[in-house]
Design a protein around this ligand. Structure first.
Ligand code: CMC
Length: 376
C-alpha cells in the first residue's frame, strides 16, 4: 500500500466553493475572480456568497448583516470566561477554547439542519471578531470597548481592538484583507473542519478544530512569524546575508512558498498593492521598506524553485499599519476564514461520509508485556 504523505495532490472532496489555478495564479470564489470581489464586494457579502452559493439579493444582504451585527454582543458568562484566562494565552488558543462555548447559546446544534448552518455562521461571524478584540484589551489590561453598530463590520473590529475610530480608508482596506482570507479550497484547516464535521460534530466544534490547525506556522501562523522575522532586521543592507544564513541552515522563509501556487500568490499581489495605497496615505514605515527589499532578495534565491511570496508575507505589515498587534494576525485570518470553513462544512454534510483513512502499520507483533522492575 502506498502512503500519500500530506495527501499532496489527492482530491478528498468535490466542491464548488472556490477554485485555484496554481500555475497561472488564479483564485475564484464561486467562479468570481478574487480581484473583482476585492474591488466591488465587502466581506459579509463575500461570506454570504461562499456559504450560500450566490450573491445575496438586497433584502437577503440586509438581513444577513443585521443578524451578524445582532450577534456582536457577548453573553456575560463568555466575557467572564475571557477574564479568567491567563493573560499570556495566545489569541488563537483563546479562540480555540471559546468558540465551542458559543454553541451553548445556539438553540439548534443539529449539524444536519440548515438552521444550524445559518445560526452558527452569524453567531461566529458576529462574536469571533469581538472576542479577538476584547482579548487584546483584556490581555494588556486596557478598558473594554463596546461594539458600535453604526460602524461597518470591519471598522467595528478596528475600533474595538485599537480603541480608535478608523478612517473609512482603513476600514475598507481591512475589509478587503478579510475578503482575501475568507476561503482557499482544501487547505489543512479546511480539511480539519471537514473531518470534524464528517463525524456529525456541530459547526462550532468543526471551526474550533480548524482554528487549532490554522495556528501552525506552516499555515496561518506564518503571518505572525513573518512579522517577527522582518522586525529582527534593523537595516536593509543586512537582508541578503540574513536570507543566505536562513537557507544555509535549512530554515523556511516565512511567508514564502505554497503547496498549490507555483507562481506569485494572487492574494499577495493584491495585498502588496493595498500596502502601497495605504502607505501613500499614512506614510511609509521601516517595516514596509524591509519587506520590499526582503521580497526582492528572497525571490532572487527562491524563484528558480517556484517559491514566491504567499498571502502571509504582506498581511502582517499591513495589519501593523492598521494598529493590530502581531500576536493577533493569525486570529484575524481565522475571523475571515470562518466563512470558508462553514461553507465547506455545509457542503460536506449534504452528502456526508465519515472520514476514516487507513495506515500502513510498520510496528512489531506479539511483543510481550514487561513488568516495570524488569525494564532496562
Ligand atoms: N523557504 C525555503 N525553502 C522552502 C520554502 C520556504 N518558505 N518553502 C518550500 N521550500 C523548499 C523546501 O525546503 C523544499 O526544498 P528541497 O526540495 O530542496 O528539500 C522544497 O521547497 C519543497 O518543500 P515542501 O515543504 O515539500 O513544499 P510544500 O509544497 O509542502 O510547502 C509550505 C508548502 C507552505 C509548507 C512551504 O512553502 C513553507 O514551509 N512555507 C513557509 C511557511 C508559510 O509561509 N506558510 C504559509 C502558507 S500560505 C498561507 C496559509 O496556508 O496559511
Amino acid at each position: 500500500m502506498k502512503v500519500y504523505s500530506g495527501l499532496a495532490g489527492i482530491p478528498v472532496v468535490k466542491s464548488s466553493i472556490s477554485y485555484i489555478d496554481g500555475e497561472r495564479g488564479i483564485l475564484e470564489y464561486r467562479g468570481i475572480p478574487i480581484q473583482e470581489l476585492v474591488e466591488h464586494s465587502d466581506f459579509l457579502e463575500t461570506a454570504y456568497l461562499l456559504v450560500f452559493g450566490k450573491l445575496p439579493a438586497k433584502e437577503e444582504y440586509t438581513r444577513f448583516v443585521s443578524d451578524v451585527k445582532e450577534n456582536q454582543y457577548l453573553d456575560m458568562s463568555v466575557l467572564n470566561f475571557l477574564k479568567e484566562l491567563p493573560k499570556t494565552t495566545h489569541p488563537m488558543k483563546v479562540l480555540q477554547s471559546v468558540i465551542p462555548v458559543l454553541s451553548a447559546y445556539d438553540k439548534n446544534t443539529d449539524v444536519l439542519d440548515p438552521q444550524h448552518h445559518y445560526s452558527s455562521l452569524v453567531k461566529m461571524l458576529g462574536q469571533v471578531p469581538v472576542i479577538t478584540a476584547l482579548w487584546k484589551r483584556i490581555s494588556v489590561g486596557e478598558n473594554i470597548v463596546e461594539p458600535d453598530s453604526s460602524l461597518s463590520y470591519s471598522e467595528n473590529f478596528l475600533y474595538m481592538i485599537t480603541g480608535r475610530r478608523p478612517d473609512p480608508v482603513e476600514g475598507r482596506v481591512f475589509d478587503r484583507c478579510l475578503i482575501l482570507h475568507a476561503e482557499h479550497t482544501m487547505n489543512a484547516s479546511t480539511f480539519t473542519a471537514v473531518v470534524a464535521v464528517s463525524t456529525l460534530a456541530d459547526f462550532y466544534s468543526a471551526v474550533s478544530s480548524a482554528v487549532g490547525s490554522l495556528s501552525g506556522r506552516l499555515h496561518g501562523g506564518a503571518n505572525e512569524k513573518v512579522y517577527q522575522m522582518l522586525s529582527k532586521i534593523d537595516s536593509p543592507e543586512k537582508i541578503p546575508a540574513f536570507i543566505d544564513r536562513m537557507l544555509q541552515n535549512k530554515k523556511r522563509i516565512m511567508g514564502f512558498g505554497h503547496r498549490v501556487y507555483k507562481t506569485y500568490d494572487p492574494r499577495a499581489k493584491l495585498l502588496k498593492k493595498m500596502l502601497t495605497e495605504i502607505s501613500s496615505l499614512k506614510g511609509g514605515s521601516r517595516l514596509i521598506k524591509t519587506a520590499e527589499v526582503f521580497e526582492k532578495e528572497a525571490l532572487k534565491r527562491l524563484e528558480s524553485k517556484k517559491i514566491y511570496p504567499n498571502i502571509d508575507f504582506y498581511s502582517g505589515v499591513l495589519y501593523s499599519i492598521l494598529g493590530i498587534p502581531s500576536r493577533f494576525y493569525t486570529s484575524v485570518f481565522a475571523m475571515a476564514r470562518i466563512a470558508g470553513w462553514v461553507a465547506h462544512c455545509k457542503e460536506y454534510v449534504k452528502e456526508n461520509k465519515l472520514f476514516r483513512p487507513t495506515q500502513v502499520y510498520d510496528g512489531g507483533h506479539n511483543i510481550h508485556y514487561v513488568p516495570p522492575e524488569k525494564r532496562g
